[in-house]
Design a protein around this ligand. Structure first.
Ligand code: PLP
Length: 453
């Protein structure tokens, strides 16, 4: 190894340590001045190169000031997950190896690790033996893979071969989903040639859960999309009851459980997803609740052939093997070796550790909500899993409160619309969050309220 390369990696490691040490004091969102500095990046493509040490130094400065403190304990925005140390370290190895995880022939090691992830995840979530898994960028893509399998299979049962005949002359597929389905569900359907007119949206309760009595008759043309964890209300669709109904009708059930399906890994929260093994396919994220680092979405499908059949790619130069060829389970070919970090996290935590992680996130969310309530804030919903919403008397006050919180730099939450109101969303999604972080954040909420009410 030449010295320059070695020095570069050592410097980068020092930068990484500097970043991690700075996190507790770093404004959780970049300050106005930090954002101004990012303007310096807007330059034309340089004609001449810059040496790697200097490039990495520039990036380090950019990251130190221009990133959000996502890996710290006080980032509560969206449902963005934290990063476990083992996932971080595994990602360094992934980058060192630079494997293409499309085929066994490209990386036997990654293929075996991915195969182990499949059986471990199926076991951890309590799904049917033989369920297939694919690793993709995130739930949005996982949904495209799973819903493609669903669409093709539902058409196949009607004697229609979509891969051969195309969608134009295909019999209709009826899509049924909750009014609170995530926006990526509709975008996945749209990519798959299913338009909004073909979707029946079932009314939901105050927490975003499908009201079972409002579900229309299902049949063997129905693609029924359920949700395990609504991003606003936090509610879980009544999976057990609805799966029974769908199975009796011969419908296909997909569960979008991006962050909430991990409830299955905890004795304390598993009741939320009771009956999940009766569904046909699932999408979830390892970069959210599991804290395995970006990017890692997971698609699961009980019928292995339905998934690989829908996503089949072939070419004279693609040697599928007896072993696991990861690309067969996704829309992608060349892929980052996501399995490496996922495997490392599962091996590091074990089933008990995953359960403890889930319980901690949810326990912290509950504690946070209780502390805010004690401080006189209005918490809108019960804490089902790892998140809740806060609002003031008027939308204007809530907006101002959120702005003050975001400007404080102490913690960061996002906003949303809920039941016609503007609300602040708090999602506890990092293993790094401590009770002290929560106390500091509650204090920031209280200070932010100062000049409003
Ligand atoms: C985050 C999320 C998605 C999208 O997942 P990505 O990983 O961002 O692609 C879909 N559904 C739900 C419920 C989510 O929370």
């Amino acid at each position: 190894m030449d010295k320059q390369y070695s020095d570069l990696l050592n410097t980068t490691k020092d930068y990484a340590e500097e970043y991690i040490k700075y996190i507790p004091d770093k404004p959780v969102f970049p300050t106005h001045k930090d954002l101004q500095m990012l303007q310096d990046l807007k330059q034309p493509l340089p004609k001449h190169g810059t040496d790697a040490e200097a490039v990495i130094k520039l990036l380090h400065t950019c990251g130190l000031h221009g990133t959000t403190a996502q890996t710290g304990g006080r980032y509560f925005g969206f449902v963005n997950g934290g990063l476990l140390p083992v996932a971080h370290a595994a990602a360094w190895l992934i980058d060192t190896w630079n494997q293409n995880s499309a085929l066994y022939a490209m990386s036997p090691a990654v293929s075996v690790l991915e195969q182990m992830c499949e059986s471990w995840i199926v076991d951890l979530l309590g799904l049917k033996n033989g369920t297939a898994m694919g690793l993709v960028t995130g739930s949005a893509n996982a949904m495209i893979c799973a819903l493609a399998a669903a669409r093709n299979e539902l058409l196949k049962r009607q004697g229609y071969n979509l891969a051969q005949k195309g969608l134009r002359g295909a019999p209709p597929v009826q899509v049924v989903m909750g009014a609170g389905a995530h926006s990526t569900v509709t975008s996945a359907l749209s990519v798959l040639g299913i338009g909004s007119d073909e979707i029946t949206r079932v009314p939901t309760d105050a927490y975003g859960r499908i009201i079972a009595d409002c579900v229309p008759p299902l049949d063997c043309h129905t693609l029924f999309i359920l949700q395990a964890g609504n991003v606003n209300g936090g509610g879980y669709d009544p999976i057990d009851e609805l799966c029974d109904r769908a199975n009796a009708a011969g419908a296909w059930v997909h569960i979008d459980g991006a962050f909430g399906l991990w409830a299955a890994a905890s004795c304390q929260y598993r009741h939320l997803v009771k009956g999940l093994e009766k569904a046909d396919s699932y999408s979830l994220d390892a970069h959210k609740t599991l804290n395995a680092g970006y990017d890692c979405g997971i698609v699961l499908c009980r019928d292995r052939e339905a998934l690989t059949g829908a996503l089949a790619a072939s070419g004279s130069y693609i040697p599928y093997s007896e072993n696991r060829d990861g690309m067969r389970y996704t829309t992608e070919m060349s892929r980052r070796a996501r399995a490496v970090a996922l495997w490392a996290v599962l091996k590091n935590l074990g089933a008990d550790g995953v359960q403890e992680l889930v319980n901690n996130l949810c326990g912290n969310a509950e504690y946070f909500a209780d502390r805010l309530k004690s401080a006189g804030f209005c918490v809108v919903n019960p804490v089902f899993f790892n998140q809740f919403m806060v609002k003031c008397d008027t939308n204007e006050q809530t907006k101002k409160l959120l702005q003050n919180i975001q400007n404080s730099g102490v913690c960061w939450c996002g906003g949303s619309e809920y039941a016609g109101d503007f609300v602040i969303r708090v999602s506890v999604c990092s293993h790094a969050t401590t009770r002290e972080d929560i106390e500091k954040s509650v204090a920031a909420f209280c200070r932010a309220r100062g000049d409003i009410v």
